[in-house]
Write a protein that binds this ligand. Structure first.
Ligand code: ZN
Length: 485
């Protein structure tokens, strides 16, 4: 694979455009004659189906890989094998302690005024229901604030139903608000004496498949069993509550917590030719929820960044800086890998020139965003010009960086976002429907090409992006932004 791509790129030597020659000259290590044109990297990357092949391999050979599970250990082995086979250097693991939560039996039903089953799934991190399950009257709210307003008298002894729809949007902007009740809903309901929680799935589909996702837990705060209803079942419950004064729901969740487990971040590099200690970081998360096979979330991201770095490694003229790929452990159920990496590499943080994470599914990228020192912005603008032919524009909004990059952002590491179109992503996100057939190999190639061009440009540029200004290092302002896609 690696060799074939390298040969393909070498055949296009000498067709460099202006910025490529400038880059080659700036490295001082090789002349323009030895440099592949960015056009050629773009073309080879667009033609490559490597990213989709990687997703297929991960989802078919490993499948669902929730933190702590035996499949998550198989995923680490898969990642080591894959990076080695694709020609990465310094392939290694770094230890991460991860929580181990296990889903069990799960059932739900309306028991009165009518009796009929509903489709639901436990939220990641929920406690189980007592033996025999629980049954209670339902109280519906559309926000955490609305629940607090109801107060103890209206909530005690009841199952709280958070019914917060998520609007469909290209930029996923509906996620941040809808996901708040998933995160905080159980603790807030418990504080008012609630006995259980069901939420309207955080998703944009009308399939009868619930969307799981992490809920917050805090050893000092009581919590209650919490599940997500499929969206048609949330609609049903809402109609019943509109028509009838009292609706009772039965809930059985067999999920449970096991002792923490050992896992690992998996890292591989394309070593820099001139400044190997300076790092351009490309991240994705290796873990997935347990319901689907984690093709979109985040097999796609793994495919995008591994393939992009491999393409850079195939260039005849290696970039000046090191391109480091990191496949994070346990993004979904608590960002353990993200924290472990930032902690282990704190001293090296200043050597991280920029970081980019792919965690937004399979669809095409449409915008490039920047977050770094203001004086570094012009450097990314230059690189952005090379992404224009891919239909990607520079967008002045601050980059976010992705959930796994939050701890690095806090250390001041500049963030680069390639915003992907997530219009349909939340139809499948965290459901049993997140499977390989949803992958669009052509679109994935476009994103991977964009990552390759951006990372190669950053790895070769003169100067750097400085550091993220201190007032922009907090990545989850007020909890309103996405926790994680
Ligand atoms: Zn994800």
């Amino acid at each position: 694979m690696l060799v074939a791509v390298g040969v393909a790129l070498m055949t296009t030597v000498g067709q460099g455009c202006a910025w490529n020659r400038a880059d080659a000259a700036s490295t001082g290590s090789a002349g323009a004659a030895g440099a592949p044109a960015p056009g050629s990297l773009r073309e080879v990357a667009m033609a490559s189906r490597g990213a989709a092949q990687i997703v297929q391999s991960l989802t078919d050979e490993v499948g669902p890989r929730l933190a702590g599970s035996s499949a998550s250990r198989a995923a680490v082995e898969w990642a080591i094998r894959t990076l080695q086979a694709r020609g990465f250097a310094n392939v290694h693991t770094e230890p991460v302690t991860v929580p181990h939560w296990q889903r069990g039996e799960e059932r739900g039903a309306v028991v009165s005024p009518v009796a009929q089953p509903v489709q639901l799934t436990a939220l990641g991190g929920s406690i189980g229901t007592p033996p025999g399950g629980l049954e209670a009257e339902v109280v519906e709210v559309d926000s955490l604030e609305a629940l607090d307003k109801l107060g103890k008298a209206a909530v005690a002894g009841k199952i709280v139903f958070y019914n917060v729809p998520m609007p469909r949007a290209r930029d996923g902007s509906g996620y941040g608000k809808a996901v708040q009740v998933r995160g905080a809903g159980a603790i807030r309901a418990a504080a008012l004496g609630g006995v259980g929680v069901v939420i309207r799935s955080v998703g944009t589909d009308q399939n009868r498949l619930p969307h799981t996702g992490a809920m917050r837990r805090d050893e000092n705060s009581p919590t209650v069993p919490a599940a997500a209803l499929s969206i048609p079942d949330a609609d049903l419950l809402h109609r019943l509550l509109t028509e009838h004064k009292s609706v009772r729901l039965a809930l059985t969740l067999g999920c449970r917590w096991l002792p923490d487990a050992q896992s690992a971040n998996v890292i591989g590099e394309i070593p820099g030719s001139g400044a190997p200690d300076e790092i351009v970081l490309l991240g994705a998360h290796l873990d997935s929820w347990d319901l689907g096979t984690g093709a979109l979330d985040d097999g796609a991201g793994v495919g995008i960044v591994v393939n992009a770095a491999q393409l850079i490694g195939s260039l005849q003229l290696r970039p000046r800086r090191t391109v480091r790929v990191i496949l994070f452990a346990n993004e979904e159920n608590g960002l353990s890998g993200a924290r472990a990496y930032a902690q282990a590499h704190q001293i090296e943080a200043a050597k991280h020139i920029a970081a980019l994470e792919a965690d937004a599914g399979t669809a095409r990228a449409y915008a490039l965003r920047y977050l770094g020192a203001p004086e570094g912005r012009a450097r990314l603008l230059e690189i952005a010009a090379g992404l224009k032919p891919l239909g990607i524009d520079f967008d002045d909004a601050d980059a976010h960086g992705g959930a796994d990059l939050g701890p690095l952002r806090a250390l001041g590491v500049p963030m680069i976002d390639l915003a992907q179109d997530v219009t349909t992503y939340f139809d499948f996100h965290h459901t049993a429907n997140d499977t390989f057939d949803k992958i669009d190999p052509e679109a994935l190639a476009q994103v991977s090409a964009a990552v390759a061009l951006a990372a190669n440009g950053i790895a070769n540029m003169n100067g750097d992006f400085g550091r993220v200004p201190p007032d922009k290092r907090e990545s989850n302002r007020g909890g309103l932004l996405r926790m994680s896609f």
